[in-house]
Design a protein around this ligand. Structure first.
Ligand SMILES: NC(=O)c1ccc[n+]([C@@H]2O[C@H](COP(=O)([O-])OP(=O)(O)OC[C@H]3O[C@@H](n4cnc5c(N)ncnc54)[C@H](OP(=O)(O)O)[C@@H]3O)[C@@H](O)[C@H]2O)c1
Length: 250
């Protein structure tokens, strides 16, 4: 039986855990406060899910999703993640993470930064450009006419294939967006980021623009999601221009 390790049990980690359970996978879920704090969540997600430490989730996973705030990435268990295919959902939000000079200077990408800590892991950027509620609403079985595509990017071809196979099981097609250096093509403020999956893109644009004023727990617009086919995503990725990260206000 395939096992998915998930480090980070928030919006994204939980949405992915739900899809993994629906796909018949076992899930080992971790946060920073310890397995006991996940009792309620594990009960809600069902018997295929168990709570663990980040180290245990890393060891147990055939794949491991890391989905934590960027300012905590140095706490990820590098030794246990060595050799693993690691799906990285992490984005850089200066209002949450503080300013990070190498990202502001566009010397590197968020995922390259995380890869620099997880030296032995095979990182694949994924699930970072779609809102958690759209992960839930847009997942479809393989072959569905209205299936949505997600970009992936990584430096290890075998890990990219493994990540695509996982994402297919979870309910999405994938489009290869290149190496970790190319992940800016679907980071915040690009056309493939968040609004691309919205039924009402203007409301999401307004929400994202207002994030600096929205307080600690912003409420995103209630949007059912709109399927994004692979061909359209390919065009968005190819036409993307690198956003000026130093100007990012969210
Ligand atoms: N929300 C979205 O729609 C969305 C979309 C795309 C990408 N992202 C990105 O995906 C990441 C997760 O987003 P989110 O909205 O799911 O965040 P979130 O709801 O704030 O959840 C963050 C999770 O990370 C855990 N965590 C923090 N530090 C940790 C550590 N050192 N070890 C293990 N777990 C740790 C937290 O556990 P504790 O509560 O125990 O501290 C919590 O479970 C972020 O980088 C975000 O920018 C989010």
């Amino acid at each position: 039986m395939a096992t998915l390790g998930i480090i980070g049990s928030g919006n994204i980690g939980t949405a992915i855990a739900r899809l993994a359970v629906a796909a018949g996978m076992d899930v080992v879920l971790a946060n920073s406060r310890g397995p006991e704090s996940l009792a309620g969540k594990v009960a809600e997600l069902g018997e295929r899910v168990r709570a663990a430490t980040p180290q245990e989730a890393a060891r147990a996973g055939d794949w491991v999703v890391v989905s934590i705030p960027l300012d905590r990435y140095r706490e990820l268990p590098a030794a246990e993640l060595a050799g693993k295919t690691v799906l990285d959902t992490i984005n850089y939000y200066p209002i949450r993470d503080g300013r990070i000079e190498v990202l502001d200077a566009e010397e590197t990408t968020t995922t390259e930064l995380v890869q620099g800590h997880l030296t032995g892991a095979k990182l694949v950027k994924a699930f970072n450009n779609i809102s958690a509620f759209h992960i839930a609403s847009l997942a479809r079985p393989a072959g569905a006419a209205d299936r949505t595509a997600l970009p992936i990017a990584g430096n290890d071809p075998e890990a990219n294939v493994a990540a695509a196979a996982l994402i297919d099981k979870l309910g999405f097609d994938t489009v290869d967006a290149g190496s970790l250096a190319e992940t800016w093509r679907f980071e915040p403020e690009t056309p493939a980021y968040a609004v691309a999956y919205c039924a009402h893109p203007e409301a999401m644009r307004a929400f994202l623009a207002d994030l600096p004023n929205a307080g600690p727990t912003p409420s995103p617009p209630d949007d059912p999601g709109a399927p994004l086919p692979a061909g359209k995503l390919r065009t968005l990725l190819a036409d993307a221009h690198r956003p000026p990260v130093a100007d990012r206000v969210m």
